[in-house]
Design a protein around this ligand. Structure first.
Ligand code: AQP
Length: 340
């Protein structure tokens, strides 16, 4: 059975983008693969965050995974920092990367541009530069066959493949399996509601840009009703010329599991008001049952949630520790070989 690893960063509350770009894919994959899914809490430290907010984000993301339908008897869910090998291998990979290749990452460029302080000096946390090397460790520790990601993460995945190949060549040993990338072509990228040329992101300061999985019916209605479209009133999928309308069509198609062409036809004789009403309906139908389950896990079944996560971490630790020992032996970090 092919092994798959993926995670979501605890930088904020989960968005519809995280669900449609990542979690929805996990649900399909768990049926036929060995799936390891983690809450990327170490990546959650890359931008300044209050301790209480970070704690809540970690707990909430873990609960969303299960509430969305990821099954603890099929899939191994864990918290990244519960498996120490991630940071250890992350450092090894950092030492095998180049500053130039990390600086070329689009996500680094975007995030660092926003780091201008009030006095116009720039303080860019090193963590956002090093992020892709820790992400590479997250993947390479498990000899994953596939890594399912949203299209926005493909550049980081390419770097993971580069680092794996580089280290395999440097040490003339198959240290790491070079993973394949799976991008859900249908889900693509879910865009910001007010600026549909930008990705919908959980750390976006403008709350109107984002549908959170925790949004209630009224919040969903308000945000979708005010989502930016254009003045043509023609429902057509054309991300270049009509990014707002195309984004609404993508959301509708992803949730209903239909292809974009079918949705275009369905909406062809309707106006934007109708499109928005339909989008609101499918989002609320998706979120309501999930929210009930997520709240029940947090408020009534927290000890069960913790137990699932401990089981997931125990499973992940076995694989990760073995891999780390193997890598450390080959690169010469221990003068007495560690157990294989
Ligand atoms: N808007 C999106 N559309 C499609 N997929 C998305 N993902 C995130 N946003 C969208 C996918 O969700 C997974 C987990 O992402 P992450 O939280 O680890 O990192 P991210 O891509 O940086 O997500 P955010 O929400 O944009 O977080 P912040 O604001 O912290 O940067 C990935 O598979 C990602 O592709």
């Amino acid at each position: 059975m092919a092994r798959i690893i993926s995670g979501i960063t605890s930088t904020g509350k989960l968005t519809l983008g995280n669900y449609l770009g990542a979690i929805n894919n996990f649900l399909k994959l768990q049926e036929k693969h060995e799936l390891l899914i983690f809450v990327a809490n170490l990546h959650g430290l890359t931008l300044p965050i209050k301790a209480q907010a970070l704690k809540e984000n970690i707990r909430d993301i873990a609960a969303w995974y299960f509430a969305a339908g990821i099954m603890p008897n099929k899939t191994h869910i864990f918290i990244q920092s519960d498996v120490l090998a991630h940071t250890q291998l992350g450092y090894v990979l950092l030492c095998n990367s180049y500053v130039g290749e990390l600086e070329r990452m689009t996500q680094y460029k975007d995030k660092s541009q926003k780091m201008t302080n009030q006095n116009k000096t720039i303080s860019i946390p090193t963590g956002i530069l090093a992020y892709p090397t820790l992400m590479a460790a997250d993947i390479l520790l498990y000899d994953a066959d596939f890594v399912p990601v949203g299209i926005d993460q493909t550049q980081h995945l390419e770097l993971t493949k580069t680092l794996a190949t580089r280290m395999n060549n440097t040490y003339k040993t198959q240290l790491f399996k070079v993973p394949k990338i799976i991008v859900d072509q249908q889900a693509q990228k879910i865009m910001s509601l007010q600026d549909p040329t930008k990705k919908m992101s959980k750390s976006d300061d403008n709350l109107k840009n984002t549908i959170f999985l925790s949004d209630n019916k009224q919040e969903v209605t308000d945000k979708i009703t005010k989502a930016v479209t254009d003045s043509e009133n023609i429902i057509k999928f054309d991300p270049q010329r009509k990014p707002g309308v195309s984004n609404l069509l993508t959301i509708y198609a992803s949730i209903t599991n239909k292809n974009i062409k079918t949705c275009e036809q369905y909406f062809s004789n309707h106006n934007y008001g109708f499109l928005k009403k339909e989008v609101i309906k499918v989002i609320n139908n998706l979120l309501e049952p999930m929210q009930k389950k997520q709240q029940a896990l947090i408020n009534e079944k927290l000890s069960q949630l913790v137990e699932y996560l401990q089981q997931g971490a125990a499973f992940a630790n076995k694989i990760a520790t073995k891999k780390l020992n193997f890598v450390e032996n080959i690169i010469g970090i221990n003068f007495i070989e560690k157990e294989k």
